[in-house]
Design a protein around this ligand. Sequence first.
Ligand code: B1M
Length: 210
Amino acid sequence: MSKIEEVYQLVSIGKAKLVPAAVQGALDEGNEATAILNTMIDAMGEVGDKFKRNEIFVPEMLVAARAMKKGVDVLKPHLTTGTAGANGKVIIGTVAGDLHDIGKNLVAMMIESAGFEVIDLGVDVPKEKFVEAYNANEGVKIIACSALLTTTMPALKDTVAYLNGQDFRGSIKVMVGGAPITQGFADEIGADAYTTDAASAAQKAKELVA
Ligand code: B1M
């Protein structure tokens, strides 16, 4: 089995301790960091499918997530470049009621790499917290919100509506994303931008402040 296949296997069965060495091995075998990242995302896809079929349960999803995070730690220096902070500040968080953070963390990492200082509010972030963070920080250019569940799409809608009602709205851009989100939904709720993945989120962030 090649190292990249091993990464897939180990993430999907949640072997957090073994993943870093396998990821390093896959890099050493000459695989691109983005290819290894995509392999881990595919492994999470399989985990999600097994969950949907009731073949595994929440604890197994959780250990797989931990394993993937360990792998991302090894990849981080290979995925990121750029001068943090030069383009201004981005506030990011996963919306209220939603505990998924791997996708949001990847977006944060790529946006940081695109030259922004990232203020990461974590998961399950109430809409008021985004505004508090804006008021507590100078130089915020973008507020970025993730929602990874169909059941938290209303919380994303609420958050964007709340941001849209703030006096400072004209001086920031609001970005949204996450697996169940679409361009149509982003338009409907009044966000400025929607992207499908972390790399395109970073690219879009640069365009929004250019
Ligand atoms: Co959850 N979960 N989960 N889960 N989980 C999904 C999302 C699910 C699709 C699995 C499935 O059924 N197939 C399903 C949602 C179904 C739906 O929405 N209808 C689901 C469910 C149902 C649940 C629970 C309700 C299960 C339960 O308790 N019965 C529960 C909800 C908890 C809560 O949030 N309140 C739950 C819990 C969990 C864990 C906590 C166990 C764990 C998360 C741990 C963690 O994140 N620290 C977990 C996991 C691991 C998953 C899967 C398996 C993997 C998620 C992941 O990390 N994907 C997931 C299945 C899947 O995704 N295929 C599943 C990899 C990640 C890189 O992708 O997050 O999509 P993603 O991020 C992408 C893009 O979406 C985009 O870029 C990222 C990188 O490319 N993106 C943005 C994200 N944010 C963006 C922001 C942007 C732009 C792009 O701009 C601002």
